[in-house]
Design a protein around this ligand. Structure first.
Ligand code: FES
Length: 62
């Protein structure tokens, strides 16, 4: 049975995705990941991934 992908919106933080993932970047290169945290605050220096900057910048999602 295939593993389900779970997308979890963390309070005041990133979108955390667990499962077997293939990420296709803007330039077309692909990478396989098992878990990933995607930035939704806009402050990460490693977009599209979360680098923890949401905490330093006081990101609030409400
Ligand atoms: S959500 Fe973590 S750096 Fe943006």
């Amino acid at each position: 049975m295939e593993e389900k992908v779970t997308v979890k919106i963390l309070p005041n933080g990133p979108i955390f995705i667990t499962g077997e993932l293939k990420i296709v970047h803007r330039d077309g290169h692909e990478e396989e990941r098992k878990n990933v945290a995607l930035c939704r605050c806009g402050h990460s220096n490693n977009k599209p991934f979360c680098d923890g900057a949401h905490g330093k910048n006081g990101f609030k999602d409400e």
